[in-house]
Ligand binder design. Structure first.
Ligand SMILES: CC(=O)[C@@H](O)[C@H](O)COP(=O)(O)O
Ligand SMILES: NCC(=O)COP(=O)(O)O
Length: 237
C-alpha cells in the first residue's frame, strides 16, 4: 500500500500572506486526515517562508496519521525534530536560498555526516528517510548511512512526463528495484500531481509513501481538498 502524505507548506504560504491565522494550518491538517490523508508532511525552512517552527510544535500533538518533517539537518532543525519526535524525518540537502528543494544527497561525500545525524534520530525512535536523485550509485551508498528509507526526488520524472516522455520513469524503476534488494524503504516526492501519480505508482515496485504538496494544494483551489485527496487515494490503490 502506498500512503499519501499531504505536504501543507503551501497552506502556510497563503496564511503568511496576510499575517493572520487564515487558513488555519492545524485545522487544515485535521481536515486532511478526516478526508483520508494518510500523513502530514511539513518542510520548515530556515527563513520560515511558509511552515514555521511553531507550526511544527502546534501540529505534533494533533496529527493522528503519520507526521513527516522534512528539512536540511542544520542544528536548529535537528533540535526541532528531536523536540517533536515525528513518525519520520526526511533529510533534504537544500540550500537556505533555494526556491524549493532541487537536489538529492551525495551519499558518498556526505556518508559520515548522514550516518551521525541518522543515528541520533533513530536512537530517538524516529524513522529516517533521505532525499535522493534517481542514481543507482547514490542508492547503493545509502545503506552505509543507516537510513531506513529513501525519498526518490521526482522532479525530473514529472517534467519529462509532462512533455510526453514516459521513458523518464526508467531510472526510477531501476532505483526502486535496487532499493528493494538492499532493504531500503521507498518514498517519493516533488512535483507529483494528479496528472502523473497513477503512472508513477503503477511502475514503482514497493512504493511505501508519496508526499505531495504544491500540485495538490493548487488542484484543490479548483476542486476542494476533499475531492482532490480522494482522487489521489483512488489513483494510488
Ligand atoms: C523535499 C521536497 O521536494 C518537498 O518536500 C519540499 O517541501 C518542497 O518545498 P516547498 O514547498 O518550499 O517548495
Ligand atoms: N517531499 C516532497 C513533498 O513533500 C512535496 O513536494 P511538492 O509536491 O510540493 O513538490
Amino acid at each position: 500500500m502506498t500512503k499519501l502524505s499531504v505536504n501543507i507548506n503551501k497552506i502556510a504560504t497563503l496564511r503568511n500572506a496576510r499575517g493572520g491565522n487564515m487558513p488555519n494550518v492545524v485545522k487544515a491538517a485535521q481536515d486532511i486526515e478526516g478526508y483520508g490523508g494518510q500523513g502530514i508532511t511539513v518542510h520548515p525552512r530556515p527563513d520560515e517562508r511558509h511552515i514555521t517552527y511553531q507550526d511544527v510544535s502546534d501540529l505534533q500533538p494533533i496529527v493522528k496519521t503519520e507526521f513527516n518533517i522534512e528539512g536540511n539537518p542544520v542544528p536548529k532543525f535537528i533540535d526541532l525534530v528531536l523536540q517533536n519526535k515525528p513518525t519520520q524525518v526526511t533529510l533534504v540537502p537544500d540550500s537556505v536560498d533555494a526556491i524549493t528543494s532541487n537536489a538529492g544527497w551525495d551519499t558518498v561525500r556526505h556518508k559520515d555526516f548522514l550516518k551521525e545525524v541518522i543515528t541520533e534520530f533513530k536512537n530517538n525512535g524516529i524513522r529516517t528517510s533521505i532525499f535522493v536523485d534517481s542514481n543507482l550509485e547514490i542508492i547503493k551508498h545509502t545503506v552505509a548511512t543507516g537510513a531506513d528509507r529513501i525519498e526518490l526526488y521526482t522532479e525530473d520524472f514529472a517534467s519529462a512526463y509532462e512533455k510526453g516522455d514516459e521513458d523518464a520513469i526508467k531510472p526510477y524503476i531501476a532505483c526502486a528495484e535496487l532499493a528493494n534488494e538492499l532493504g531500503l524503504g521507498i518514498n517519493a516526492g516533488h512535483d507529483l500531481s494528479l496528472h502523473n501519480i497513477e503512472f508513477f505508482k503503477k511502475n514503482i515496485p514497493g512504493l511505501l509513501e508519496v508526499s505531495i504538496g504544491h500540485a495538490l494544494i493548487a488542484e484543490s483551489l479548483y476542486e476542494g481538498l476533499e475531492v482532490v485527496i480522494n482522487k489521489y487515494l483512488k489513483r494510488l490503490q
